[in-house]
Design a protein around this ligand. Structure first.
Ligand SMILES: Cc1cc2nc3c(=O)[nH]c(=O)nc-3n(C[C@H](O)[C@H](O)[C@H](O)COP(=O)(O)OP(=O)(O)OC[C@H]3O[C@@H](n4cnc5c(N)ncnc54)[C@H](O)[C@@H]3O)c2cc1C
Length: 363
């Protein structure tokens, strides 16, 4: 059985940042991640659907450093390369299926959306370098947490692990749905977690990958808004190295997506790309599709009926778990809940809280 001073549950941006900060501070930390990969909602894939060093972002694409100091500081500290979202050229607006799409020149976006060279997963790859491999456990969903005295026991699929403190770096709603607590959480804490929406959990993205960004030849930016669908919002997703792509968010609800199926959805999306950007858009080199609502390590059934940004809560953990458990997922950030910036901010804060607690315990 592994024992550590701190166990971090979840290896997304928040969990990895928390674990590497604790490790750097000399704290004995172990990270337990349910999936067989790190990154959580951050997922950057190559055209063949495998993790890529020049990947397309099926999860988050953008951040806004001028408004989001925590992620700006992290990007600077890690020395990551960034580039602006391509937006030069005309935007298309589809208002109704029976009228032609309108084309207009949009003013430059302010503040500009920035992207990560190598995909958002570059952030994860870089953070993971700061944590020795033996501190990271993949493919181990935590199913229960039991507290006896000063020790917490985590139930993993084929073993248990113990820790003095736990940082849970996953969406509160997922934590409430997937992890059993003994002693039980107070009902108001359970309710708070359950009612906290997981940002973007109900959504899906479609990518069409091309040999070249042909839409730029005719003065299109690759951005489109549509009330016709199936994608209400489309953007240029060409990577920093020039691998050309368009992506759109699906406007079809999660239950309907499950009924229609991936192949039919992709076909409908390609028809829309073709309608807007011309026949060349109908024949991509590859397509990618990710439905986050169908991913049980991000979404719960509740996310299909209640979504949005988390509301501010001054206290995320009450009752018998108050001094043994700290939440660090993006949704618990007071300033940027749900965003990459929120994951950075919430995990910085969780580590600060825990280091203070450990220092007081040692005094
Ligand atoms: C389609 C999409 C687009 C987005 N676009 C943007 C954007 O452009 N800009 C932006 O700022 N944000 C965006 N976001 C939000 C952004 O991805 C999140 O804010 C951020 O990645 C959250 O990081 P996190 O570490 O808090 O949570 P997560 O990334 O959700 O990490 C939680 C981790 O916990 C793991 N886990 C779950 N259950 C267990 C368990 N029982 N035991 C162990 N581990 C478990 C999960 O596998 C996961 O790795 C987007 C999200 C999506 C899905």
């Amino acid at each position: 059985m592994t024992h550590s001073t701190v166990a971090v549950i979840g290896g997304g941006l928040a969990g990895l940042n928390a674990a590497r900060l604790l490790h750097a501070a000399g704290i004995d930390v172990q990270l337990y991640e349910a999936r067989d990969r790190l990154g959580g909602r951050i997922l950057s894939l190559a055209a063949d659907g495998t993790p890529g060093e020049d990947g397309f972002d099926l999860g988050p694409s953008w951040f806004w450093p001028r408004m989001q100091p925590a992620i700006a500081a992290l990007v600077t500290e890690l020395g990551l390369e960034i580039f602006p979202q391509a937006s030069d050229g005309d935007v298309v607006f589809e208002r109704m299926s029976r009228e032609p799409a309108q084309r207009y020149t949009a003013p430059p976006q302010e503040p500009a959306s920035l992207r990560f060279t190598g995909g958002a997963a570059a952030l994860i790859r870089r953070l993971a370098q700061e944590l020795p491999d033996e501190r990271v456990h993949l493919g181990v969903p935590v199913s229960a947490m039991a507290r006896e005295g000063c020790k917490v026991t985590l139930s993993l699929p084929d073993r248990t692990a113990t820790a003095d403190h736990v940082i849970a770096a996953l969406p509160p709603r997922l934590l409430q749905a997937k992890v059993r607590f003994s002693p039980a959480l107070p009902p108001e804490t359970e309710r708070l977690w359950r009612e906290t929406p997981t940002w973007m959990a109900p959504h899906a993205k479609v990518f069409a990958i091309y040999d070249r960004p042909f839409w730029r030849d005719t003065g299109y930016s690759g951005s489109a808004q549509s009330m016709v669908g199936p994608m209400p919002e489309i953007h240029d997703a060409t990577t920093a190295s020039g691998a050309a792509a368009l992506f759109g968010f699906l406007g079809v609800g999660a239950a309907e997506r499950a009924r229609i199926g991936e192949d039919a959805l992709i076909k409908a999306c390609l028809e829309q790309f073709g309608r807007i950007f011309g026949a060349e858009a109908l024949s991509p080199r590859a397509t990618l599709y990710k439905d986050w609502a169908a991913d049980h390590f991000t979404a719960t059934g509740t996310d299909l009926i209640s979504s949005g940004h988390a509301a501010f809560s001054p206290t995320w953990v009450r009752g018998p778990w108050g001094d043994a458990l700290t939440l660090a997922g993006s949704e618990t950030s007071p300033s940027e809940p749900g965003y990459l910036a929120g994951a950075a901010e919430a995990s910085n804060r969780a580590v600060e809280t825990l280091l203070n607690r450990l220092a007081k315990g040692a005094a």
